[in-house]
Design a protein. Structure first.
Ligand SMILES: NC(=O)c1ccc[n+]([C@@H]2O[C@H](COP(=O)([O-])OP(=O)(O)OC[C@H]3O[C@@H](n4cnc5c(N)ncnc54)[C@H](OP(=O)(O)O)[C@@H]3O)[C@@H](O)[C@H]2O)c1
Length: 380
């Protein structure tokens, strides 16, 4: 699978035990999903004499990093041991003291870590600090898995823009709704449950005004997992036509809603929505990059786009799409006027189609999930 960063060279032959410890560290890191953004997911396992003596994972609010938690659990047993950490430990004073200091002070002999942190304050400096203190540092083990786990964080660090994942449910003939606009439900319950897992991983969810008008969705995270920040609900509504009775507006005081409206939007409607707790951003909302920049300014580093066709068309054209998921249901909708998944003008030549560079296919109940990473122009 494509990773967002250049992977370090594999520096040694890994043992089965190394793989197991790093897999455990990655599993621990993923327990922080929903609890770390805008920071990275990090897990740590301390091993000594062939046994796990300490474990930890990062949770933003607890002000303790994975390494510190694992070292505290290990106590004296950390001395002479190996730390398996899923992301480069930081060597600077941030919200917490440097983790490299803690690893050195605890007498760790070796650090196994798959990837560098792309945060410029950390990048490379953590490994340097450990090596300067005489600790052996091995990189590259399960680097692909570690990069995917933090794909949104790493992308944001690399580009300064939020990571964008487009998710749609389509029929076998590529329709996202019938000719009347009915789309409930294209896909089955297993795909819908998976879509809720996605919502839990993202900082924001984005749809077009057409989807709000027809489906009147709530766009909330209904997974069972906890999250430290509410899912921000974003609507692209050039003509600011959203009904004040829409569920999104009625629930705006419970969970944030941001509407991107065009420059000619009606002032009194903006005031009305603002009074209901909605943030209206008046801008050239057709410029998707500027939408992303506005959201990034609000500390949003990842966005799940859930349609509809017009928004999907704009985003595909913008080339600012980082990941896609299509749930393909085994049904045929038909009809010239039934919406196809991706709107806009499309392309003239098949050779210009946006191709997935890497992808995975998974059965979800009766549906098929295709999740992959589009080929990117080198400039993006
Ligand atoms: N199966 C699925 O997964 C799925 C998911 C979502 C929706 N749907 C279905 O899709 C249908 C809605 O799709 P749709 O294509 O009609 O509507 P849409 O993409 O949800 O929204 C279109 C509206 O958004 C505005 N818009 C689009 N891009 C914009 C941008 N960059 N900035 C500002 N405004 C922007 C458009 O303005 P202009 O009119 O000015 O262009 C238009 O008013 C519904 O039937 C819904 O049920 C299906």
């Amino acid at each position: 699978v494509q990773t967002s960063i250049t992977l370090p060279e594999h520096t040694e032959q890994w043992t089965t035990a190394d793989r197991e410890y790093m897999t455990r560290a990655l599993d621990l890191a993923s327990l922080g999903v929903g609890l770390v953004s805008p920071g990275p997911l990090v897990g740590c396992v301390i091993v000594n004499d062939g046994a796990i003596v300490g474990e930890g994972f990062y949770v933003f609010e607890e002000l303790k990093h994975a390494e510190t938690l694992a070292l505290a659990q290990a106590g004296n047993a950390a001395r002479g041991g190996t730390a398996y950490v899923t992301l480069e430990p930081h060597a600077h004073h941030g919200r917490t003291p440097p983790c490299t200091d803690a690893l050195i002070a605890a007498g760790i002999r070796k650090v196994v870590c798959p990837i560098v942190d792309l945060n410029p304050k950390v990048s490379g400096k953590g490994f340097e600090h450990l090596r300067a203190a005489g600790i052996e540092v091995s990189t590259g083990l399960l680097a692909e898995e570690a990069s995917i786990l933090n794909e949104a964080y790493l992308h944001h660090m690399r580009t300064g823009l939020p990571f964008v994942h487009l998710k749609l449910a389509v029929s076998l003939d590529g329709k996202i709704a019938t000719r009347t606009g009915d789309s409930r439900w294209v896909a089955g319950p297993e795909s819908r449950a998976r879509a809720h897992e996605f919502r839990h991983r993202y900082d924001a969810i984005l749809v077009g005004a057409g989807t709000v008008a027809i489906d009147d969705p709530l766009l909330t995270d209904r997974s069972v997992g906890r999250r430290r920040r509410p899912l921000v609900r974003v609507v692209l509504d050039e003509r600011l036509e959203i009904s004040s009775e829409a569920q999104l507006i009625r629930t705006a005081s419970d969970s944030p809603v941001i509407i991107f409206a065009g420059l000619n939007s009606d002032r009194s409607k903006i005031n009305q929505l603002t009074e209901r707790g909605v943030e209206v951003v008046v801008s050239d909302s057709r410029d998707f990059k500027s939408v992303l920049q506005e959201l990034e300014r609000r500390s949003i580093e990842s966005i799940l786009v859930e349609g509809g066709a017009s928004v999907a068309g704009d985003i595909v054209r913008s080339q600012l799409l980082d990941k896609v998921t299509f749930f393909i249901a085994p049904k045929i909708v038909g009809g010239r006027d039934a919406l196809s998944a991706v709107g806009g003008d499309g392309i003239a030549k098949m050779a210009d189609a946006l191709e997935l560079e890497t992808f995975e296919v998974t059965q979800r109940g009766r549906d098929i999930e295709v999740t992959g990473y589009p080929h990117k122009q080198s400039s993006s």
